[in-house]
Unconditional design. Sequence first.
Length: 339
Amino acid sequence: MNMLRGPDVIRSATLPMQTPSLPHFGENNRLKLFSGSANVDLAREVARYLGLDLGPMVRKRFADGELYIQIQESIRGCDVYLIQPTCQPVNDHLMELLIMIDACRRASARQITAVIPYYGYARADRKTAGRESITAKLVANLMTKAGASRVLAIDLHSAQIQGYFDIPCDHVYGTPVLIDYIASKQLEDLVVVSPDVGGVARARAFAKKLNDAPLAIIDKRRQAHNVAEVMNVVGDVYGKTAVLVDDMIDTAGTICEGARLLKQEGARQVYACATHPVFSPPAIERLSAGLFEEVIVTNTIPMTAARQFEQLTVLSMANLLGEAIWRIHEESSVSSMFR
């Protein structure tokens, strides 16, 4: 597979699945695809995979910032798929998705699927202290009340979020795209590393798909308040090529600390893999500081030129999303994509 690196590079990865020919997709006029403003490029790629055009829609703002949306074609009795990650600015994109759902419901769509490549507000998924909000559940309730029939999401921050929806939730994984790329590099002495204890299940599944590669875990412990964290590596990384695996990279603090520790423990090279490139400041500066041979992410969140750097490789999730949408529309198995 011919993958390129560096700024402004986004390529589709080969999926381990058989897909119908494009004309077969386009023959069904009951499948309608619309995009919010959050990631139009990804939506266009998905539409191209399905052999469809994105549906026409008017989107504008009033002087006070209120959003107005109108669907510009009949969707009565249709299966509508709305592609909108709730990435930065999170509140604007979430509200836009809710208004799109409401507009489709009032236009008598048969089924409305919210396709959310990146599900915002997912980190508050349980109560860890008194008087906290569980925003992952709140957002699920908002989408259900707005009129969504089902949700399609990629790599939720925790699997339990699927249970927060009172409507069907299809959870697909970005790992096949990442694994396909890592495997194509034929890295020697590979070890998969979880940057924290909470990501062990994800890293273990990743390692299993890479010919049962060995697994290592970074254990962080704070002995007391205002005392620096003690970090240890559980597993052998000396002289190996370490691949740090996480669901998202936000400020990159955790993953960069992990990379430094792996280098101290004798790792020869360190790669970073994550599905969602949130990249809040100062993530770009940290990731481009020379700790990593390569930072591999997907385009669930749009990557503007200002957010790119030399070590960055962006893989496209369009084929995976398009296949999942088609299988949902045809009422066939989505989970079989990952077997």
